[in-house]
Design a protein around this ligand. Structure first.
Ligand code: J2J
Length: 538
């Protein structure tokens, strides 16, 4: 059993088992069971049109699992996985589970700063990468990682492995595989983060399998579902809500799109007769426009899930007429709780809310700053606990004491109000985070990097409103001598190994920060200041 994670208290775990939320099945079992049920159906299709049946995918995972064991990878080892939307991700994900290892899922955009921290925190022994992706050589990052984190013993590469191990060579005749305790951690997901460093989210076989199964039910996934993976496979939304795992559980077909661009995605929707997909609002907006000029047949598309940041009611109402499919708003989090609008909800709820909790066992509270429940219908911070919501971040005892209530509710940092129907409307955010079109940026983490610049005396990162992205990132700097401009700062942060999506969109110089009555930087005032500047600039 992995140490350093916080399990559910025994009475709750027993309740979730007794009430059938947790079925005691290993997460990889969803592929095994579908392979047994319909071995010859198509499980996976990549952008180039390569196809794998369920039997083929299942066997590839078994063979790679045996190969991983031969390399000494298994037994609770943590493996940092950073692979783009390719079959290599899918096969490795199941192979790691079967070998008894724990995938630690990172995004292709992450760089040295994030990967080193994640590998260190996870105590990872291996790192899986593509050779080149998006003009970036991940093998260079792997070399830096091995220097910084000596516990990384192996680097597994999809493509040209250089001095490392090629994923294609990790192949051996299937061997009997260990059977995991379903109550144990299956996978570690990355949190959007509100603190100086990203946090890891432990998800167990029981809880994640339930997350996938209940999501697939609510979204009506079945063997006729053809799901297009548009967001990174490593993102909880595209992976498990219901995502690629929900599709495989239902016996449908997963199609991998290399990017969310209309050129790639629309072409695949037409070619593979895709029925469902999930995107963030900026992509939804782009697609709504792109139907005007992209000549693709999208008639197969029945469901567009949109989540990750708030979708406005106006574009929401345009989805069905423009794309000819049902819209589903999803307000989810890698930490657990998922809210979905239901497929038969009336338009005012589908377009105007962010859905209602997935599970009857989800417990939610909306509280004021003193943790007191607000009157029904009023706005406050959302707290939640339930059968698929974490009880603590991995190896983060000190942070956990603040991020959870004494009775185990997770403080989401989201401001919501609840309608009489039980649907939630996201009204804003109490956490110090920027949501840049679904990409989450911890203000504190970015500020810490910026403070290392010699021309910066102090820094405060705030969101600024943006029509497409919802918000973008603005940093207010109090200079020390010559303050860096936006481009210099971007180069400095890139050199430090910060992911590209975290680079500030705008730099503002200020002599001194506005302060709250207790002397903290008044970020609300800074947010108003930049919003006002944007308005006057028109
Ligand atoms: C407003 N804010 C939202 C929404 C997430 C499905 C969908 C999304 C995520 C995700 C996910 C929002 N409107 N519709 O994991 O499975 C903001 C909230 C939330 C945070 C979680 C999934 N949907 N958000 O976005 O872990 O602030 O997960 O707490 O990346 O995104 O971010 P993340």
């Amino acid at each position: 059993m992995l140490d350093g994670w916080v399990p559910w208290p025994d009475p709750l775990a027993e309740k979730y088992r007794a009430e059938g939320y947790w079925e005691g099945r290993p997460l990889d079992g969803l592929l095994r069971e579908s392979a047994e049920r319909h071995p010859t159906r198509t499980a996976l299709v990549d952008a180039d049109g390569a196809r794998w049946t369920y039997a083929e995918l299942d066997l590839r995972a078994d063979r790679m699992a045996a190969g991983l064991q031969r390399l000494g990878i298994g037994g609770g080892d943590r493996v940092v996985v950073q692979l783009p939307n390719t079959d290599a991700f899918v096969v490795l994900f199941f192979a790691l589970l079967r070998a008894g290892a724990i995938p630690v899922l990172t995004l292709p955009a992450h760089r040295e700063s994030e990967i080193v921290h994640v590998a260190e925190t996870a105590g990872a022994t291996a790192y899986a990468i593509p050779d080149l992706h998006d003009n970036f050589d991940h093998r260079t990052l792997a070399r830096a990682l091995r220097k910084a984190v000596p516990c990384i013993e192996q680097v597994l590469v999809a493509g040209d492995a250089a001095e490392f191990t090629a994923l294609a060579d990790i192949d051996a005749d299937p061997v009997p595989l260990p059977v995991p305790d379903p109550g144990d951690v299956a996978v570690l997901l990355l949190s959007g983060g509100t603190t100086g460093k990203p946090k890891l989210i432990p998800r167990t076989h029981d809880d994640y399998t339930y997350n996938v199964r209940a999501s697939a039910e609510v979204c009506g996934f079945d063997r006729d579902t053809v799901y297009l993976v548009v967001l990174p496979t490593a993102h909880n939304f595209a992976l498990a809500c219901p995502g690629l795992l929900g599709t495989l559980m239902a016996g449908g077909t997963v199609v991998l799109s290399p990017t969310p661009s209309p050129e790639d995605a629309f072409g695949l929707i037409e070619r593979e007769k895709v029925t469902a997909t999930a995107v963030v609002p900026p992509i939804a907006l782009l697609w709504l426009d792109a139907v005007e000029w992209e000549e693709a047949d999208l008639t197969s598309l029945a469901l567009l899930q949109v989540g990750g940041s708030k979708l406005g009611a106006e574009p929401a109402a345009r989805v069905e007429p423009a794309l000819g499919c049902t819209l589903q708003q999803v307000f989810g989090m890698a930490e657990g709780l998922l809210n979905y609008t239901r497929l038969d909800d009336p338009p005012e709820l589908v377009n105007g809310t962010q859905g209602r909790p997935l599970s009857p066992a989800d417990e939610i509270r909306v509280v004021d700053e003193d943790d007191r429940d607000v009157p029904p219908g009023e706005s406050g911070e959302l707290l939640t606990r339930g059968p698929y919501t974490l009880r603590g971040y991995y190896r983060a005892a000190e942070h956990n004491s603040r991020a959870f209530t004494a009775d185990g509710y997770y403080r989401t940092g989201d401001l919501v109000r609840i309608l009489p129907s039980g649907h939630l409307v996201v009204e804003g955010r109490a956490k110090d985070q920027i949501n840049r079109g679904g990409d989450k940026i911890s203000a504190e983490e970015l500020e810490n990097h910026i403070l290392a610049h010699p021309g910066v005396h102090d820094a405060a990162v705030v969101g600024m409103p943006d029509a497409t992205m919802g918000e973008r990132t603005c940093v207010y700097l109090v200079p020390r001598g010559q303050a860096p401009g936006q481009r210099e700062l971007a180069a400095f942060l890139t050199e430090r190994g910060v992911a590209g999506y975290k680079l500030p969109d705008r730099v503002e110089i200020i002599e001194a920060f506005p302060r709250t009555s207790v002397g903290k930087i008044d970020k609300k005032a800074l947010g108003r200041l930049i919003a006002e500047s944007l308005r006057t600039e028109g």
